[in-house]
Write a protein that binds this ligand. Structure first.
Ligand SMILES: NC(=O)c1ccc[n+]([C@@H]2O[C@H](COP(=O)([O-])OP(=O)(O)OC[C@H]3O[C@@H](n4cnc5c(N)ncnc54)[C@H](O)[C@@H]3O)[C@@H](O)[C@H]2O)c1
Length: 249
């Protein structure tokens, strides 16, 4: 399948997990991938992995919560490749806090990256997507659809991403630009490996967001992202697709 032949895709969070798997998948399907991450070493590793597999990628360090970084990053992508067909917006952060002890700074950091950062990328790419009739795939989460104990900042940010994506989808539908979300459940990545819980965490409650099939690798989400971003997703917009092995079913 060469669904992204002659097409340029900007992937955020490309240094790890779902973003990296998406970059590899889209490059394997012929796309040129502009890989973006906060972490210089991991984004370069993704670029090298794409090249080793015979694909076309370049990398850029960017803090998606910085308006200046995002503006410069999208401009650099379009200057290098001449156009932009899709945005795969996977950069994000996760933390668990006892809600009664959550500081404003902790809340703000999660909202700044997951919600404001996602919006900044969408805003910057939309003029370019109008030219290619392209699309956006944002990272929401099952946490946007169901309660996540000790995850108020994270679930609020992902609920915001979901609502924002639907609004973009409607606003741009007649102009040929689509916007969708994936809602992953329990996916084994650096994010889930590194997560820390507060002392008060009740693990009986967290088990309700665990998949009956067990955690899967990020490739299971990358395949859905590639479908949504490609012409196979042509009549899908404002949609959120759970990739959670049936957790919320
Ligand atoms: N893994 C899961 O179980 C799961 C479930 C639901 C939703 N998600 C969402 O999917 C997306 C990808 O998650 P993942 O599991 O691959 O996580 P990950 O931690 O493996 O990858 C996230 C990447 O985002 C980058 N990043 C973090 N802050 C950034 C910033 N300010 N600017 C630029 N890059 C930044 C990190 O460096 C990292 O490479 C996230 O938005 C996450 O919230 C993941």
């Amino acid at each position: 399948m060469q669904r992204f032949k002659d097409r340029v895709v900007l992937v955020t969070g490309a240094g790890g997990g779902i973003g990296k798997a998406s970059a590899l998948r889209i490059a394997a399907e012929g796309g040129a991938v502009f890989c973006v991450d906060l972490n210089a070493a991991t984004v370069e590793a993704t670029v090298a992995a794409v090249a080793a597999a015979g694909g076309n990628a370049s990398g850029r360090v960017c803090d998606i919560s910085s308006e200046g970084d995002v503006r410069a990053c999208v401009a650099a992508c379009v200057e290098q490749y001449g156009s932009l067909y899709a945005l795969v917006n996977m950069a994000g952060v996760l933390r668990f806090d006892d809600t009664g002890q959550l500081t404003l700074g902790q809340w703000q950091k999660v909202i700044d990256v997951n919600l404001t950062g996602t919006m900044l990328l969408c805003r910057e790419v939309l003029p370019h997507l109008l030219a290619t009739k392209g699309s956006i795939v944002n990272a929401a989460s099952t946490a946007a659809l169901s309660g996540l104990p000790c995850g108020v900042a994270y679930s609020a940010s992902k609920g915001g991403v979901l609502a924002m994506t639907r609004s973009i989808a409607i606003e741009y539908a007649k102009r040929g630009v689509r916007a969708n979300c994936v809602c992953p459940g329990e996916i084994k990545t650096g994010m889930t490996d590194a997560v820390a819980f507060p002392e008060t965490m009740d693990f009986e409650l967290i088990s309700r967001v665990m998949s009956p099939t067990g955690a899967r690798g990020p490739e299971v989400v990358a395949g859905v992202i590639a479908m949504l971003a490609s012409e196979d997703g042509l009549h899908i917009t404002g949609e959120d697709i759970r990739v959670d092995g049936g957790t919320l079913s």
